[in-house]
Design a protein around this ligand. Structure first.
Ligand SMILES: Cc1ncc(COP(=O)(O)O)c(C=O)c1O
Length: 343
């Protein structure tokens, strides 16, 4: 532990604790029954997020999985399909919800090394209007994806192409604020080209719960019905919406600190043999660790209060609750372990 008070948790940016100021905002929030659209704090958050990202309307939901699923179900009817990256969260990590709950067929497409899906592949996978095929309705991209920022010119080319082919476009923007900060562009610029976007407030932005779905008014109205159906209608949700609002107001620009910490951590670990480390673009990077070292390393780190999902292909994530001093502590712990480790 860096100061013998807090553990250093590098498993994900979802592990952050709400700050004192965020908790104060939650305690002070006026609330109402949001299923009746009566919660002023939820309404304020939805309006604020919509304005910030340049959409007509917003919908607050308990999770990014739910805002993505609502979007997929609102864009696609039963028997439709969405085109999506093989590595995308909506395809790989959301329990197959689109297929299970929406009767929507995913058409997974290989991601390129930079996280994109080649426009030529999108073209090849869009199906002709023929009764043998599912109807291709939607292109869903993710930014950032595995910590990688999609190139802005690619986003424009892919979304323009999808629209020209009659497809709608959805962005899983769980970490779109990281992408915007990394590129030095506004949030509106970062989501340009997408008809709808899901933004997570409980990842790098540090809120305890919640995501917002943004899009046209009529789409969000449809989304409200789907949210209720999926069990996401919440009552005095202003208590958590206040934290989400605080996160959007205060914790976007500071994501640059997380990116710097990830770069420092990656540089420090990269200098340690036999580790092989990727260079982070944002707050997420990967470390190749010899399999035989994984278990003893996990134990050695745990003894120092460092939590990480150690494995041969380890993902490390920096966030609000990882300081630059913590980064130095983690590098020192890895150095100490590998100084003594012999395979
Ligand atoms: C890229 C991405 N999209 C969506 C989600 C889903 O968010 P939630 O955990 O709030 O359901 C996650 C969660 O880790 C994610 O990383």
């Amino acid at each position: 532990m860096s100061d013998n008070q807090h553990p250093i948790d590098l498993r994900s940016d979802t592990v952050t604790q709400p700050s004192a100021a965020m908790r104060a905002a939650m305690a002070a929030a006026p609330v109402g029954d949001d299923v009746y659209a009566d919660d002023p704090t939820v309404n304020r958050l939805q309006d604020y997020a919509a304005e910030l990202f340049g959409y007509e309307a917003g919908l607050f939901a308990p999770s990014g999985t739910q805002t993505n699923l609502i979007a997929l179900m609102a864009h696609c009817a039963r028997g439709d399909e969405y085109l999506v990256g093989q590595e995308a969260h909506t395809y790989k990590y959301e329990g197959g919800g689109a297929a299970v709950l929406g009767s929507i067929q995913p058409q997974p497409i290989a991601n390129q090394p930079d996280g994109s899906i080649a426009v030529a592949d999108i073209a090849a996978y869009i199906k002709p209007d023929d009764m043998h095929f599912a109807r291709s309705r939607l292109l869903a991209l993710e930014n950032t994806i595995g910590g990688r920022v999609l190139p802005q010119d690619y986003v424009k080319a892919a979304t323009d192409f999808a629209h020209a082919k009659g497809l709608a476009t959805h962005l899983d923007g769980a970490r779109i604020c990281n992408a915007a900060v990394k590129n030095g562009i506004s949030l509106r610029e970062a989501v340009a080209g997408f008809d709808t976007v899901s933004v997570c407030l409980s990842k790098g932005l540090g809120a305890p719960v919640g995501s917002v779905l943004l899009g046209p008014k009529s789409f969000i109205e449809q989304g409200k019905r789907l949210r209720k159906m999926l069990g996401g209608g919440m009552r005095q949700a202003g208590v958590i919406a206040a934290a989400a609002h605080y996160a959007l107001e205060h914790n976007v620009e500071r994501l640059a600190d997380d990116h710097r910490n990830a770069a420092d951590l990656s540089a420090g670990l990269g200098a340690i043999a036999p580790l092989k480390v990727t260079t982070p673009q944002t707050n997420i990077f990967y470390v190749e660790i010899p399999e035989a070292a994984c278990e003893p390393l996990r134990e050695a780190l745990a003894k120092q209060g460092i939590r990480a999902s150690i494995g041969p292909h380890t993902r490390l994530v920096t966030h609000l609750d990882v300081s630059s001093a913590d980064v130095r502590t983690v590098i020192a712990a890895f150095q100490a372990f590998f100084k003594d480790w012999r395979n």
